[in-house]
Design a protein around this ligand. Sequence first.
Ligand code: ADP
Ligand code: MG
Length: 682
Amino acid sequence: MNELYQPIETLAGVGEKRAAKYHKMGIHTPYDLLFHFPRTYIDYTAPVMIDDAENGLPCAVRCTVVQKLAPSFVRKGFSLYRVVVTDGVSDMTLVFYNTPYTYQAMKAGEEYYAYGKITGGMLRREMQAPQVQKVESALLLQPVYPQTTGLTSAMMRTNIQKALTFLDRAPFETLPVDLRTGYGLVTLPEALHAVHRPESKQQLDDARHRLAFEELLQFQLGTLMLKHRTNIQHAAPMSADTKIDDFLGALPFPLTGAQSRAIRTICQDLCQQKPMNRLLQGDVGSGKTVVAAAAAAFAAKNGYQTVLMAPTEILAQQHLQTMTDFLAPIGLTPVLLTGSTKAKEKREIKKQIAEGTAQVIVGTHAVIQKDIEFASLGLVITDEQHRFGVAQRAALAEKGGFPHKLVMSATPIPRTLALIVYGDLDITILDEMPKGRLPIQTFAVTGGYRERAYGFIREHLDAGEQAYLVCAMIEESDTLENVQAAETYAEELKAGAFSAYRVGLLHGKMKPQDKEAVMAEMKAHEIDLLVCTTVVEVGVDVPNATLILIENADRFGLAQLHQLRGRVGRGSVQSYCILVTDSRREDARERLKIMSRTVNGFAIAEEDLRLRGPGDFFGHAQHGMPPLMQAAFCSNMPLVSETQMAAKQLLETDPELRSPALQPLRTAVLQLFAKNGENGLN
Ligand code: ADP
Ligand code: MG
């Protein structure tokens, strides 16, 4: 058998222990290892002179060893190893802590590259814990891999080196040759070699371009194949004569034009032979729920059940309440099914669902996907908020025949990217806000205004309103740094500026039940000020919350700031968003100004795309997309449309990629989609 697909332990130098670490990263074979791509590269291509190095910034220096100083043992478990080097003009000392290996290998008179931060004055310059390579054998672009504890980049480089020799003995290719040459792409073995051992920036760029092309192509092929499969299934067509005037007449408000259009489109879809597969995209507060309720009313009048699934328990409860408000006037009684539904009640509800007396079922994803028998499931609505798993969508297709599907999302995504992320769906956009909304007032301020901002918040809390205070060091919500920052901040506020108020804390490392409990307290106004990391993004509706203050606002993407801001402005009282930043960077300030200027999520998403490139959208696990690692490095929009065209061309002649030349690609696509969901495309 091909060495590439043997267990990872067969690689020389990989023992049981290291293999276990690789397994943890999802790497089981040398083949997997080849697709474990570098996170970044240390650039030795432009070494600087020691005198020109900027203090405190990492740089590469080409230098010769002058003298190895005797190791000094500072105390038990702490030793210093120092080497004096020269670049021909100036000297500096390389300092290694507790790591004798590099020190021992270095020889006086020999030439090395050292990479690290140079500190100290003219007289005593030091590079702390540098990376060192011998000049003769140096990789000028040295890969740095995403790591796990106990597996260094150096170990991975060595193991990958070996795996590359296996590849040389049994090269493989996923793209058919005419496609590859037609788009000017290097071969897969070339790309894999170059991405792990680039000889030049050009070679690396070409490799990344090829890998990004393939990632995007596979993703688009997968979504288009899903779409094709939906189109050939048979759903239960509903009757075009169905009237929901009673439902519309009982609403407490007139619909917006966008809502009316969306309802009309959806009802038309429901009357088709093929299952609807539609995305309803609308900014927070655009009123998606009433559209969902209208669709449920339409289905119920046709004798079909509707399921509405929410990502969390508290959102499910919220939806039950709203759906009940909208649907009770026409005699429908939605039921709730979640993880905390008591066993006895659950049995009763399941029975109602099986008998068809429950026509609208609201619940959490996990619960509804489990062993529920439906009498006549006709429509599945998922409220994804911003999380969006393409494979979950595929999984659902099987439930109860082929029900119509409506996915609701509050993440505004620019059109060009929507084509990829939502390639298998038809898209309807709610691009109009209900009348009479007061736009949220947004201010960007520096830290110097913090005390005044606190005062402003206190005034509003005194008036019986509530506030969020988002405090995160970095964008990902549940890192330890963020949790600690939020905890410390909450303690400070409790002891100081907000000692007279009820201060709550919410962060990503809390158990789901605990998070929900805190959000429930917030909803019940048992908390005045909620200090949180970015987890608060999930679409919980607390109309009484009118203020959100976001610390380190410059560190977030615009799309995320917009999502966070959407936590307020949900009631009839004027709401405010205060963005705090001490960044002096021009681009950071420009981004925050955009936030103050516009409240339109789509305009903001377009700006974000323009300013940060598509990498930000693809790189983000938030969308529940397969990680398009290489695409994230390509700030290359034409690639998006190019791969879409290529995908369409391939599928036009061969909708299931059955021809022999396409087998490797087909396998790769199936794997990509299987990896990301229970069911996927198979
Ligand atoms: P989202 O799209 O964020 O899910 P919701 O469906 O939760 O928005 O609606 C937000 C709020 O706006 C709700 O309180 C809802 O009752 C209200 N709403 C929805 N449509 C209209 C409308 N056409 N006119 C006035 N208020 C509306
Ligand atoms: Mg909603």
